[in-house]
Write a protein that binds this ligand. Sequence first.
Ligand code: HEC
Length: 229
Amino acid sequence: MKNTILLFAAIAGLFVSCVHQVATPENPGSGGNTDSTGNGGGSNNADSLVCFEGEILPIFVNSCAYAGCHDSKSKQEGYVLDNFQNITKRGIKPGDPGSSEIYRQIASGEMPPGGSLSSDQLNLISRWIKEGAKNTTNCNSCDSAVFDYKTAISAIMTTNCTGCHSGSNASGGIDLSTYTGLSTVALNGRLVGAVTQAPGFIAMPPGGMLSDCEVKQIEKWVAAGAINN
Ligand code: HEC
């Protein structure tokens, strides 16, 4: 009987991969990425405010709001992480990343289950919380005249796509974290089809649409041959 229960628990565990593994209250998010300087020490523009819409929301949609995890249907542990209201409803304490449960989970590497966020992403989220976790929008500094792979295009992928499209179990077998994987769908037309949400293609990213400027950058890069520049 006891064995049956254990076996059941083990099997159940296999299916709830999005649920937190083991809570580690003794390690409240001191993943080596937090800092005490007050401005986050992020790589880019520590002076300007973090933009929720352009910089923070895509991280949550890309890495957390999946089917089976924290999208509006799955709601693992009651968390829906797909828009500003839902993300800040609980688990974010404006001004204080260390007391924000969501931040503690990601800084300790507990979440997301598929792999930790990068230290740049953690710094951005930490700065955003310190700056008051505001719903800042329309602050995207995207420049559609810049569309090289190494800075512009790969950054769009990292922010919006690689949470699902990387590694051995990439969605649709499409790995967008490498030039090879991305150029394949760029040259066969599926990339532009998906991001312009053209008929006959699966609209990408699933959580919404890239900004007009980002779509233009991708279209221009593909039209110029999708080279590794
Ligand atoms: C939340 C997970 C998720 C995110 C984020 C995501 N995708 Fe996808 N993507 C999928 C899934 C699932 C499929 C469908 C796989 C299938 O059914 O074959 C897919 C399919 C695609 C396809 C093939 C579409 C077609 O019609 O052939 C392309 C191209 C693609 N994604 C590009 C992107 C790009 C570019 C981004 C970022 C702007 C992105 N995806 C973000 C999950 C995601």
